[in-house]
Ligand binder design. Structure first.
Ligand code: KG4
Length: 337
């Protein structure tokens, strides 16, 4: 079954063709990140306009690279939530038009975070639910029990900032380009992770939840205090200390979730799944705990449409098909799909 999928929830306009939820035929991404970098963050209206401009060429390229036409496509999927509403609307409406124009092919709505989880199916042909997934991106931080392809339970989540957002905000104060997560990761590799002790992310009485706002504020205060005193902080040391604190916050919570659920398979998904410190620490922790770890391919960690097509396949199998009145949503419960 060939699925043509669209992703437009933030600043990437993407289209892809995937066969049977597992085999990538094409995966095309146009990013407007350079435009947003000028402003230090995504400007929603500019993102929507960039999607409108990019969606036709990206869709055309995805079909051409797959060596297919719309006639070869069995269903059309699109991210319908969560995301910047004007941005999500572009992908949803384009998918609706493509479904109508192709004689009423099935239209499959896909939750963006479920898509991130499905990126793992594209990397690991043998991965099947049940497993635990640490979902870490610019908009999400959650520990998800993937009980089946379309049945998921959120065991823990951030109470405030998402981890990627926290990386980006700290990076901005350090004067790094947007989005800063990758730059923080590169700097951290050259620094001492014990140089600056930072507060944890504990939420009282909720062992699988996290709070990143205090950590973010602590780093920002540290920088401002140093500036006021005319002191120079070591950016690599600060990036390394921050990355260690984040990793030390995430890993015990997923291990706790593994113990609670009895899951022996653990995965990580989303843009922050590219972080080298988190990947290395997870490898070590899973090795010690006897858990099997599934990491997504680096090129599938960030937003892309192949992951939407992969999840779209399983949503379609479960009968989750939308009518042409499908709407886009800025927020949507992952469990509800
Ligand atoms: O999954 P994604 O592309 O978009 C969302 O769905 O949110 O994630 C983007 C986030 C950004 O915050 C970016 O800074 C972060 O992922 N990110 C990283 C790394 N690469 C991307 N954070 C830490 N280390 C990285 N290597």
């Amino acid at each position: 079954m060939n699925i043509l999928a669209f992703e437009s929830s933030c600043d990437e306009t993407a289209a892809a063709v995937v066969t049977d939820g597992r085999i990538i035929r094409s995966n095309v991404i146009a990013s407007s990140v350079e435009t947003h970098a000028l402003y230090g963050g995504v400007v929603p209206e500019l993102a929507s306009r960039a999607h409108v401009e990019a969606i036709v060429p990206v869709a055309t390229q995805a079909l051409a690279q797959a060596g297919m036409t719309l006639n070869d496509i069995d269903a059309i999927a699109a991210t319908y939530a969560p995301g910047l509403i004007g941005a999500v609307l572009v992908g949803v409406n384009f998918a609706k038009s493509a479904a109508l124009a192709s004689g009423g092919k099935p239209l499959v709505p896909v939750h963006h975070v479920r898509g991130h989880i499905a990126a793992l199916y594209l990397t690991h042909p043998d991965l099947k639910p049940p497993f635990l997934c640490l979902c870490v991106s610019g908009g999400t931080t959650a520990i998800v029990h993937v009980q089946d392809y379309t049945r998921m339970v959120v065991l823990g989540a951030t109470r405030d900032d998402a981890v990627g957002e926290c990386f980006d905000k700290v990076a901005r104060v350090l004067g790094l380009p947007y989005p800063g997560g990758k730059y923080m990761d590169d700097l951290a590799r050259q620094g001492r992770d014990t140089a600056y002790p930072l507060p944890g992310t504990h939420v009282h009485g909720a062992p699988m939840d996290l709070s990143f706002s205090g950590l973010k504020t602590a780093v920002i205060n540290l920088i401002h205090n140093a500036q006021q005193k005319g002191e120079t902080l070591s950016l690599p040391d600060l990036a390394a200390s921050f990355s260690k604190t984040v990793s030390d916050a995430l890993i015990p919570r997923v291990l706790h979730a593994a113990a609670e659920t009895g899951c022996r398979h653990l995965a990580v998904a989303g843009g922050v799944a590219a972080n080298s410190r988190i990947r290395a620490d997870l490898e070590t922790a899973c090795g010690a705990a006897g858990l099997r770890l599934f990491l997504p391919a680096l090129e599938l960690c960030g937003d892309n449409a192949a992951m939407i097509a992969a999840q779209g396949y399983y949503e379609y199998q479960a009968g989750h098909v939308a009518s042409s009145s499908l709407n886009a949503y800025a927020t949507r419960d992952l469990e509800a799909g």
